[in-house]
Design a protein around this ligand. Sequence first.
Ligand code: CP
Length: 350
Amino acid sequence: MVNKATKPTDALIGHDAWNIQLDKNGNLKHFLTTEGLGSDILTNILDTAESFANINEQSVKKVPLLRGKTIVNLFFEASTRTRTTFELAAKRLSADVLNINISTSATSKGETLLDTLQNIQAMHCDMFVVRHSDSGAAHYIANNVAPNISVINAGDGSHAHPTQAMLDMFTIRRNKGADFGKLRVAIVGDILHSRVARSQIHALNTLNTGDVRVIAPKTLLPVDIESMGVNVFHDLQAGIKDADVVIMLRLQKERMKGAMLPSEQEYYQLYGLTEERLLAAKNDAIVMHPGPINRGVEIDSNVADGSRSVILNQVSYGIAVRMAVMTMTLGREKSGDEDTQKNETAGESK
Ligand code: CP
């Protein structure tokens, strides 16, 4: 269905991939990638999430904003944090939530992805939250759903994980303030296979971050990484020197083709974040990780569980950020075109 290349192909995602994310009024319709979206939209997501973070800290956490809406979680790949926080976010907004278990769905009996989508669509849902192992899957789905449905990318191959990136921006803003221009942010590890890193880099640059750095062995960096507007380092301590934020990434062995590293032990010797190495960063630097973490591979337990770690805050903020994205995409004023197309689609399916 969708190409499994490490780098998504233009044929699948398109040179104007981000254009399909906005409706004709410039409002967010789908959220597929942070690439190409303006700082106004990214800042709006962060500001909207701020109000939801306050709700999440109250004893009654539910608001009626998406009452009557139906949100479908379509996860073709394993997830703990993303799937559960999307479900919680939808429930806190009073939406109805369907979790489709792909391993027990008719997709496992040979039904195509499009047939599965069309059948779920016939149940009058409003949003698909999609995770897929193929880069480009979320764009493919957004290009093929009925016009009234919004698609949120919950991670596609090594391409993009935009809500993860935005919860990471939210975590940075809560800890370091809104002026990203003052910040040095270091992203360490398997950049090559990381959809999280790609989405973070686009978001950090759009928010005008002062210095965005990537630190990795050459084998774990895309050849054209400089073109994304980052400074490249191969030495961990040089790369995290005076950093305000250190983001660690997991080695994504499931996406590696062949041996890209001598061993996990050797990787840890060179790139594992220990308390001693963290001394190179600023005294008040925060340590982040999208999870799942591999202790003793990319991060030492003393750092993961230490006072600088905001890893579990990232998970909590994920609910607020996903509530923000859901209300922004589903709360849009529907354009006349969409209503017309929706009625035509409904008529055709009778
Ligand atoms: N960060 C992240 O995407 O985690 P999950 O794979 O558990 O959803």
